[in-house]
Design a protein around this ligand. Structure first.
Ligand SMILES: [Cu+2]
Length: 68
């Protein structure tokens, strides 16, 4: 069962970051992610069990994230 998950990504500071993150999420099949540069948050529909692999993928791109 999926729910809305909000991730905080402090290192996301510009449009380049956003596009890198968007690509990483698309690689995981998360094509509907909402990425808010102003609050540095990502909102996705995903199952809680998918969160660790999402965090790992973001971290691998240089954007450590935490769920909140
Ligand atoms: Cu940037």
């Amino acid at each position: 069962m999926s729910s809305t998950i909000t991730l905080s990504v402090p290192a996301m500071t510009c449009g380049h970051c956003v596009s890198t993150i968007r690509k990483a999420l698309q690689g995981l099949g998360l094509t509907e992610a909402q990425i808010d540069l102003k609050t540095r948050e990502i909102r996705i529909e995903a199952s809680a069990s998918a969160v660790p692999s999402i965090l790992a993928a973001l971290s691998a791109e240089g954007y450590p994230a935490s769920s909140r």
